[in-house]
Write a protein that binds this ligand. Structure first.
Ligand code: UD1
Length: 423
């Protein structure tokens, strides 16, 4: 197993190019199931989760030609409608094939994803929406069996009582091929949803309300879609993580190929901590703070502060002067990084879903264990400023979602290398 070895204390400088967004690419890849014509996707990040979902397409019978940031996908040959446990267990987002498989083929079986390190993460809202569209759903042997009504899914009004990114995506894809009009009330508004809406619209699906919490979709009545080439949007979480790398090392670095508007909430928090920014059309430069001030954060849905940036901002708060309060509202168990940060010398107390972070003068390198994707990057960030050597283990979590994290950080001047665990 690989681990990352970091010798802390180096200032960073220079420019880093942000990759395509994993969380935008996953629903876009799932949406290609709605088509029986070849589709080309560009600006895909080089991360394990993308390869996992592409592999699932090939297991369903699709043809995938994937090299670097480009994938040519031909789903005209899909001949299986079953997303097996082996793949879904590796990546929860595989559940995103449920809506498109059901819409295009009228039936499918998708393994239940189960829990994960950051909490229970149910899919009840995905299932309720598909049932409202007329699907019959049965859970048997760990699989969701879904069957569309005779003549296909039916457009209807769906009200989500909790805002769900994946649930909105599955419903959007199902609605695109349904009969008639579907309205989604309390839809998620994340940039990933906007990308999916725009992709469906580029194939001729009429969608009103893109970027708002009410989406109205006119289904094609079962006619498969033809997509033009689709370019994945920049990864706002990767970008936010590099801003935090600049912040924790109090260095000046520039991010390129970013969409600054998507990272507004993170920039606002870092600004309140004393950092300043120069923002271009597709670039952001973070400038050092005179004093790193504490910050209060509550994670909420977009455009509020993202739960996927909570751990990284906490790492920065660890070296601030004063006490920060960080409240996690989306996932019940998303503080696994706290005990590992404390092993590096942080002073963090947890009470319920709030962390009180007392800034410390210095951190000391240690062996730490990655527990989930974003928690892992927080440990790497802390390692950048910890005195001595930090070894971040179990980095397969990082490889799921960060494109060449160590290469990009090393190019900015960090002393970081990937090593193999000795048996
Ligand atoms: C997506 C992101 C993830 C991010 C999360 C919240 C992807 C691949 N993943 O995950 O990185 O942290 O959004 O921004 O894009 N819920 C239910 N029932 C459901 C579905 C969700 O109760 O059927 C709850 C969840 O437990 C959670 C909240 O709704 O508390 C939000 O979850 P959701 O937006 O669905 O997250 P994901 O789409 O899984």
């Amino acid at each position: 197993m690989d681990y990352l070895q970091i010798n802390g204390g180096k200032k960073l400088s220079g420019r880093v190019t942000i990759s395509g967004a994993k969380n935008a690419a996953l629903p876009v890849i799932a949406a290609t199931i709605l088509s029986d014509k070849p589709v080309t996707l560009t600006n895909l990040p080089n991360v394990v989760d993308i390869r996992t979902l592409l592999k699932l397409l090939t297991m369903l019978g699709g043809k995938v030609d994937h090299e670097g940031t480009v994938a040519h996908i031909d789903n005209s040959t899909i001949n299986s409608h079953k997303a097996v446990y082996e793949i879904v267990a590796q990546m929860r987002a595989s559940i995103l094939v449920l809506g498109p498989l059901l819409a295009r083929f009228g039936e499918c079986e998708v393994s239940l994803p189960g829990g994960c390190a950051i909490g229970q993460r149910p899919i009840d809202l995905h299932l309720k929406a598909l049932e409202a569209m007329g699907a019959t759903i049965e859970i048997k042997g760990g699989y969701v069996h879904a069957i569309a009504p005779e003549g296909g899914l039916k457009g209807t009004k769906i009200i989500f009582d909790t805002i769900t990114v994946g649930g909105t995506e599955n419903t959007l894809m199902a609605a695109a091929l349904a009969n008639g009009t579907t309205t989604i009330i309390n839809a998620a508004k994340e940039p990933e949803i906007v990308q999916l809406c725009e992709m469906l619209a580029s194939a001729g699906v009429s969608i009103k309300g893109t970027g708002t919490s009410e989406l109205t979709i006119e289904g094609t009545g079962g006619v498969p879609l033809t997509f033009p080439e689709t370019r994945i949007i920049p990864d706002r979480i990767e970008a936010g993580t590099y801003l935090c790398a600049g912040a924790i090392t109090n260095s000046e670095i520039t991010l390129e190929a970013v969409e600054p508007e998507h990272i507004r909430a993170t920039i606002d928090k870092l600004e309140s901590m004393g950092f300043t920014f120069t923002i271009g059309e597709n670039s952001i430069t973070i400038h050092p703070a005179e004093v790193i001030k504490p910050v209060n954060i509550v994670t909420v849905e977009y455009p509020g502060f993202p739960t996927d940036m909570q751990a990284q901002l906490m790492a920065v708060a660890v070296v601030a002067e004063g006490e920060s309060l960080i409240e996690e509202r989306l996932f019940e168990n998303r503080f696994m990084h706290v005990s590992e940060l404390n092993r590096l010398g942080a002073d963090i107390w947890l009470k319920g879903n709030t962390a009180a972070v007392k800034g410390v003068d210095r951190l000391y390198g240690a062996d730490v264990m990655a527990t989930d994707l974003r928690a892992s990057s927080a440990l790497v960030l802390a390692g950048l400023v910890a005195e001595g050597t930090t070894n971040v283990r179990r980095i397969y979590h990082l490889d799921r979602g960060y494109d060449d994290l160590e290469g990009k950080l090393a190019a900015l001047g960090a002393d970081i290398v990937r090593k193999k665990e000795q048996k």
